[in-house]
Design a protein around this ligand. Sequence first.
Ligand SMILES: [Zn+2]
Length: 251
Amino acid sequence: MIDIHAHYDDEKFDVDREVLLTSLFNEHGVKSIVNAGCNIESSLFSISLAEKYENVYAAVGFHPQEVDMFSEESFEQIKKMLSHPKVVAIGEIGLDYHYGTDDKEQQKEMFRKQLQLAVDTNMPVIIHERDCVADCLEIVFDYDVRGVFHAFSGSKETAKLLLDRGWYISFTGTVTFKNAKFPVENAAYVPEDRILTETDAPYLTAHPFRGKRNDSSYMKYTIEKIAEIRNTTFEHIERVTEENAKRLFGI
Ligand SMILES: [Zn+2]
């Protein structure tokens, strides 16, 4: 399994980070992890994890909720990080109107800058979108970039718009939730060469461990569910999602 989006820099992992990561690779069938940055600090942390663990890769960038910390200087720092050999994507970047839209214009400006950076450096992007799908797509489609919509929670119609433009769609534990609607529809709909899987650890833990701290070992429930929905085997979904992750991130 390849977990294309996790946050092992989160303080929830301070107690057992090393033991946990080692066991994920040695005992739980996790082949690779992309650790996503949200600001300078977590992007640097992602890089340090990638330096320490052969199978950890880093994404660097500014999350929309971190827009207050974004500056010309921090943008330059992100740019510099891209030359690190284990940085494989710009992310997570995007828009988030969940907690209000007061900073909407700043979010959009920061998002556009990071997308342009992806174009200029030919890096894939990891997109975060929450409660702002129309604005997000309007911006994204202005740029000739490749990448993935992580923890995708949109409708099948939105998925189609993304798939038509070459985007990948990533599934988390939410596809296993009892009330899951769109993720289940999309798990049946998205072609197998565009499906990715992730945990977004420590969040979004799959059923039956919903609410617990998430880690990449729980991704097996997500893969199992996708296999069930598509009437195929765990091994098949595991294999195609690994191939897709390798293709997108060059890992
Ligand atoms: Zn995330």
